[in-house]
Design a protein around this ligand. Structure first.
Ligand SMILES: [Zn+2]
Length: 85
């Protein structure tokens, strides 16, 4: 175990936006933000929802794997190809 006096990596600065996140992490909890207006989820902490600008709320992660919608056949959210059409 490393003594904290020997810790040489940057220690996060707790500001008004990130303080809740880091304090929960110190307790062993993972929090993320969810927008009460549009449902957008985001991590890392921000003052506003990245989708609509509303003030997000904190939600504790369940620890269960995320359920994602099934991929649509033939379509990808990214492409390595420059070919069009
Ligand atoms: Zn939103």
């Amino acid at each position: 175990m490393t003594d904290t006096a020997e810790w040489e990596r940057p220690i996060p600065t707790l500001d008004g936006v990130s303080k809740t996140y880091w304090e929960a992490g110190a307790r062993g909890e993972l929090l993320f933000q969810q927008c009460p207006a549009c449902g957008n989820r985001q991590l890392y902490p921000r003052a506003m929802c990245t989708a609509c600008g509303e003030t997000p709320e904190w939600v504790r992660a369940s620890g269960r794997p995320a359920r994602t919608p099934p991929a649509r056949s033939g379509r990808r959210p990214w492409s390595c190809s420059r070919a069009s059409g």
